[in-house]
Design a protein around this ligand. Structure first.
Ligand SMILES: C[S@@+](CC[C@H](N)C(=O)[O-])C[C@H]1O[C@@H](n2cnc3c(N)ncnc32)[C@H](O)[C@@H]1O
Ligand SMILES: Nc1c(NC[C@H](O)[C@H](O)[C@H](O)CO)[nH]c(=O)[nH]c1=O
Ligand SMILES: N[C@@H](Cc1ccc(O)cc1)C(=O)O
Ligand code: SF4
Length: 424
């Protein structure tokens, strides 16, 4: 299965590579003529300095235009984090709580459906569901959640459960990954987040996590999901104890998987939010406080260059970077602004203060201000609406299925201080 229309155009672009040093120029010319950038070459791009950096950005922008034209997409979705109770102890995570914590949360199926229904009424086409690995949770709960939502809202796309949650559910039910995934698909699971990837490197994972599934297991579960017909996103969480070598190898690994399965819909680079993360608090000398601005720019640009023709949707995370920086990434190879989210809690729990939702109206405004054409998509990147004109009426069908002003719904989910409330 392949979820992006790949426009492989092979032509060098002198304007893109102009001013670059010979070695960087050679790599960029190769990418522009349809060649594959190796892991070592990816590392060289991540280490670019001076005029080379601009050439990397221009090349990423050229490849983005070839793959996606002027369109920039987003999806109207809602995050539902059904529990934050988790004892897996990932050191970077500010979201996990102990059962006795005041901010611990557990949602019953009826409450999950209620949130999904509210999202549907606001025009959401997707619910993105992830949670902690609650020690007392049954492995069958994942299926139960899917059945409850699909029964109430058959048209809602369910984007749910990271490979770690799949590992947990399969272990608890004593099923193979394949059987567990096929069963969830049969119940109505439409796609999965490719989270829990962090950095797919054993040594880095040893510093970030204690009990998290291994890189090999992440790959196995993702491949199996693709094989049973469940598309997934792909992620990389960067800017902590990692280095360019890990980033380039991680992206090359995603590319190899994609060559075999075609099951990735997008890559979302997730910048590490350090503020309320135990990893940083416990070791501020060794752990970086998230990526630098240069690293954020390069992560999006090099991802575009290395994945061109394989994963053609590069998403920026507005919740990690904020709207202004997210908008700047549109000139660094990015063609997707992700989801409205409605209730973002993972970044907020780690100390990020970019709010828990962004309206579709605001996303359209940001895309237009960058000179691009806004497109509302569904989860698997099928175009739903193209906003070609600057007519405000055009935004009317965007969000609300009940004919209400979408902005009025902000009252339904009043903005609360980021850290006072760990999970929503
Ligand atoms: C919080 S988990 C939820 C799903 C499940 N518990 C798991 O770990 O796979 C989802 C993802 O959030 C991301 N995340 C968690 N804490 C973060 C932080 N401080 N900064 C950036 N991303 C973070 C990680 O990539 C993680 O895999
Ligand atoms: N970047 C973040 C996302 N991105 C995922 C999208 O919202 C969407 O679910 C996906 O593109 C499939 O359509 N989600 C988060 O919860 N947090 C992020 O930081
Ligand atoms: N939930 C993740 C981000 C994410 C979710 C779903 C995806 O498909 C991709 C990325 C976070 O907030 O860090
Ligand atoms: S990242 Fe996921 S598994 Fe790890 S502690 Fe946080 S919620 Fe639990």
């Amino acid at each position: 299965m392949t979820y992006q229309s790949t426009t492989r155009q092979f032509a060098c672009d002198p304007a893109a590579v102009g001013g670059a040093s010979d070695p960087i120029r050679a790599i960029l010319e190769k990418a522009l003529s349809g060649g594959e950038v190796s892991t070592d070459e990816g590392v060289a791009l991540f280490r670019a300095q001076g005029a080379d950096i601009d050439a990397v950005y221009r090349t990423a922008d050229t490849l983005r235009r070839r793959a996606n034209g002027d369109r920039v997409s987003f999806v109207v979705n809602r995050n539902i984090n059904f529990t934050n109770i988790c004892y897996m102890g990932c050191k970077f995570c500010g979201f996990a709580k102990r059962a006795e914590d005041k901010s611990a949360e557990w949602l019953e199926p009826a409450q999950i459906v209620e949130r999904a229904q509210q999202a549907w009424d606001r025009g959401a086409t997707e619910v993105c569901i992830q949670g902690g690995l609650h020690p007392k949770m049954e492995g069958t709960y994942y299926r139960e959640i899917i059945r409850a939502i699909k029964t109430a809202l058959p048209g809602m796309h369910i984007h749910a459960f990271s490979p770690f949650e799949i590992w947990y559910g399969a272990s608890k039910t004593k099923m193979s990954y394949r059987d567990f995934l096929a069963d969830l698909k049969e119940a109505g699971l439409d796609s999965m987040p490719g989270t829990a990837a962090e950095i797919l490197d054993t040594e880095v994972r040893m510093q970030l996590t204690t009990n998290k599934l291994s890189a090999e297991r992440w790959v196995e579960i993702i491949r199996t999901a693709h094989e049973v017909g469940i598309p997934t996103t792909a992620t990389i969480m960067y800017g902590h104890v990692d280095a360019p070598e890990h980033w380039a190898a991680h992206i090359a690994l995603l590319r190899d998987i994609q060559k075999d399965t075609g099951g990735f819909t997008e890559l979302v680079p997730l910048s590490f939010v350090h503020t309320d993360s135990p990893l940083y608090a416990q070791n501020p000398d060794k752990v970086r406080p998230g990526p630098t601005a240069r690293e954020v720019d390069l992560m999006h640009a090099v991802s575009r260059i290395m994945l061109h023709g394989w994963i053609d949707n590069i998403q920026v995370s507005w919740t990690k970077l904020g709207a202004a920086r997210a908008q700047q990434m549109l000139s660094r190879g990015v063609n997707d602004l992700g989801g409205t989210l409605m209730n973002e809690s993972i970044s907020r729990a780690a100390g990020s203060n970019h709010g828990q939702e962004i309206t579709a109206r605001e996303l359209v405004r940001m895309i237009r201000a960058a000179g691009r054409v806004p497109v509302r998509r569904n989860t698997i990147y099928e175009t739903r609406e193209v906003f070609e004109h600057h007519d405000p009426e055009e935004l009317a069908p965007l969000v609300d299925r009940k004919g209400r002003d979408p902005l009025a719904f902000l009252e339904m989910f009043p903005e609360r201080p980021a850290r006072a409330e760990a999970a929503q």
